[in-house]
Design a protein around this ligand. Sequence first.
Ligand SMILES: *Cc1c(COP(=O)(O)O)cnc(C)c1O
Length: 494
Amino acid sequence: MSAPSSVASPLDPAALRERIGELEAIARHLEPGPEGREALRSPVVGHSEEFYARLDEALAYRVTEDKGAGLLEVPIPEEGIGIDRALEVIAEHVDRPGLNPASGGHMAYVPGGGVFASSLGDYLADVGNHYSGVFYATPGAVRLENLLVRWMAELVGYPESALGTLASGGSIANLTGIVAARDAKEVRSREVERSPVYMTRQVHHCVTKAMRLAGLGEAPIRAVPLDDRYRMRADELARLVAVDRKAGLRPWMVVASSGTTDTGAIDPVEEIADVAEAEGLWLHVDAAYGGFFLLTELGRGLIRGLERSDSVVMDPHKGLFLPYGTGALVVKDGELLARSQHYEASYLQDALGSTEEISPADLSPELTRHFRGLRMWMPLVLHGLAPFRAALEEKIQLCRYFYEEVGKIPGMERGPYPELSVALYRYVPRAGDANEFNARLIREVQRDGRVFLSSTTIDGVFWLRLAVLCFRTHRRHVDLALEILREKIGKLEG
Ligand SMILES: *Cc1c(COP(=O)(O)O)cnc(C)c1O
């Protein structure tokens, strides 16, 4: 099937036509017909059904010897390897080793699961290859995406002025939000060293990374003290801002978390907003983990005041259970986001004035991008909101249930009562160092693999975490986690 290497003469029309014909014949392999597509699609569907069939019994975490390195023995070939072989390689080297984020037993970090309906959205987005970057190219795709942003803006309680963007995840969404804040507050390079920002030590590391990426690496970062539940103290924020003002500095932004990753703590956004408003600070809320709990009555009682923030990040690939690849930023005064993503005011005026819908390319660093709106829209319209609300409240209740039950294990110490769906706990051994014991305990649990839990260290204390957010996690999984903890503690205590 390899092509002749040269043409007799580029000016020989007959030879040129012949060469083009040869190339086309080979290139056409990229376009299978209906039967060819079926021959590829049906094994893929079979593979995914097998994956689902095994999911319930599959490990949440699997340690393998080669950690997928066998993949390197399948180099990118000159001619295709066939779908069966490709799926074999995926099953062996991608599906098997490491974490299984689709598993209900995944209760570490911040899980989500990955709803099936999203895969259909991705499929159609890829088949149509819709251009979601600019309105005039695919107006429907842009409308769909903006509709999702407006839906999130309403959830947060923002007015109609809000605009936003679907990003690849919370990290890029936070970066885009911080850049908008920087530009709105006119923090120029030469002023960065004198322009402090405020956050707690519990802020997600992507926020401090975003500061660096945004050219703000030299801005003083003030660690606002925490209360006994790891939440930002608004009175301390006010005090730190006053100290900085007195020193002639230029405070400009505070970052609050609506659900920290470590402990699920919810910073008091209302009190923080009082300070931010009085001091003219941009209030950015990282609700990547907790934001979608607003879909539940319970969550709305817990997460208050987001409507008073200037920008908010939420991660549909966490709280909406989408497969990885979707975060979101919403900015209350959307024009500030649009301005920050433009170089020329005249172009902005045009984009805002002459089209019915603003384009994602005008609101983010990306131009050409995956049509990620479809993977979010599909599950929402196919299932409706009711099962999302139920699943989210179930996660909060499961975490509370765990917190009660884990307290019944003799020797177990617990962190603060969980605010959302993350619980902290650790075992205090009869003898020896507790930190060291819990480090061994988590290794035992991970090696077992039936559930996957993680740990964190706060103020020198090694805590174990349980984070319930995968939509597939139900009481059975939490009970299994409790059973495994009892079993491994027994083993380690001898
Ligand atoms: C997960 C998370 C992030 C980072 O989001 P990614 O989607 O992983 O990039 C940021 N902040 C919080 C609070 C998070 O939980």
